[in-house]
Design a protein around this ligand. Structure first.
Ligand SMILES: Nc1ncnc2c1ncn2[C@@H]1O[C@H](COP(=O)(O)OP(=O)(O)O)[C@@H](O)[C@H]1O
Ligand SMILES: [Mg+2]
Length: 372
């Protein structure tokens, strides 16, 4: 168990700058999810911590030790990847004991201790009955447990998981998530879990690190990311469904503020008006939670005309995706009304801006009042 600290970490592959200066402090025993879209650098960051990539600049500390110069095996990290990467020619026991038998470590563990460690990790993961089975005979969930067992068998100080449940079907993915969390609580190993699935990150992470394009956008608890997103990117990426982003232009007539979105004029209300103070005639981004967007009637106050792009019943809710004039990204809303919608229909949506966030349109950073 140990804390992990990265400062100024950079990594380039040819012309691609995969990590553009990462500063991150992961507390001892925390379960941390690295979250971000494909290609944002999550795997590269994990591989740098593991020592499978050398960093171009910056420091990585595990506990009190600087590890940039250490070989992977000397960092004492446990790794499990999405494709399991199990040794197909070995049985489960062979896979679990492999990290203890690898040539460089032969002197570390005697046969008796290896057998004892393999047994206890197999019991922990409930795969004791599978120890003599060949890898090809295992289901996806069983393979995932073996991969986890192999990562944990050396009692690593840090557990590194790259999309560990992505390959599993929905039901098993859910089960394995619960198990991962329970397992980590029991062993207490500092864990870095890479995922592109924000629901998975929300379910598992004590802390979530949102990455974008080789940089960290925000580090926060699941709740902080939803209630206090640092940037419009975080607001539009996290949440179920995520908030909708509108591009608006702030105007003022006879001392009254208005937000122009496409052809519609909205009143920002007192709170948002305070946040937008001084930004007249500028573009701003507004993020509105899905439960503050409802169906409305054309012509009513605070409504905007929108065109239906997609709709889908999920349980008892109708989830609707609409396009707005003048807004770059689709807006999502949910309703329990039984409607017969067709793609291309024009509908009116009503926005409650009471808890909307506002972002600087250039930097993407959230505008805050002194009370925040
Ligand atoms: N070995 C490599 N060689 C060249 N480019 C790479 C290599 N590994 C990663 N990249 C590039 O670095 C960027 C980040 O990749 P990666 O860390 O795999 O992202 P993620 O895991 O978030 O999907 C991508 O543009 C990817 O194409
Ligand atoms: Mg990846």
């Amino acid at each position: 168990m140990a804390e992990v600290q990265l400062s100024g970490v950079r990594k380039r592959f040819g012309l691609v700058e995969a990590l553009r200066g990462i500063d991150l402090a992961i507390p001892d025993s925390a379960y941390v999810c690295l979250l971000g879209p494909s290609g944002c650098g999550k795997t590269t960051l994990l591989r740098c911590v593991a020592g499978l990539e050398t960093v171009d600049a910056g420091q990585i500390r595990i506990g009190s030790q600087n590890v940039e110069a250490l070989e992977p095996f000397a960092r004492n990290v446990g790794l499990a990847f999405q494709n399991y990467a199990l040794y197909p020619h070995l049985d489960v026991r062979g896979n679990l004991s492999f990290p203890l038998r690898a040539p460089r470590r032969r002197t570390e563990f005697g046969d008796g201790e290896i057998e004892q460690r393999v047994k206890s990790i197999a019991t922990l993961l409930q795969i004791d009955a599978l120890l003599d089975k060949p890898i090809v005979a295992l289901s996806g969930g069983q393979k995932q447990r073996v991969a986890l067992g192999r990562a944990l068998v050396r009692n690593p100080t840090v557990l590194l998981l790259d999309e560990p449940v992505t390959h599993l079907d929905a039901r098993l993915r859910h089960e394995m998530r619960v198990e991962l969390k329970l397992l980590q609580r029991r062993v207490g190993t500092t864990t870095i879990h890479v995922t592109h699935d924000q629901l998975e990150a929300q379910a598992l992470g004590d802390l979530i690190v949102v990455m974008r394009d080789g940089l960290i956008e925000q580090v926060g608890t699941p709740d902080e990311l939803c209630t206090r997103p640092a940037t419009s990117f975080v607001a539009s990426f996290v949440g179920d469904p995520p908030m909708s982003l509108l591009t608006a232009r702030l105007g003022q007539e006879a001392g009254v503020l208005s937000l122009r979105v496409g052809a519609a004029q909205l009143r920002p209300g007192e709170r948002l008006g305070r946040l937008l103070d001084g930004l007249c005639d500028q573009d701003v981004e507004i993020a509105v939670p899905a439960h503050h967007i409802a169906l409305g009637h054309a012509g009513d106050e605070q409504t905007i005309a929108a065109r239906v792009q997609a709709h889908e019943w999920v349980g008892r809710e109708l989830q609707i995706v609409v396009a707005l004039n003048g807004s770059p990204v689709p807006v999502r809303l949910r309703t329990q009304q039984r409607l017969a919608l067709r793609i291309g229909d024009e509908i009116a949506i009503r926005l409650n801006l009471g808890s909307a966030h506002a972002f600087d349109s250039k930097t993407g950073r959230r505008l805050q009042s002194s009370a925040d």
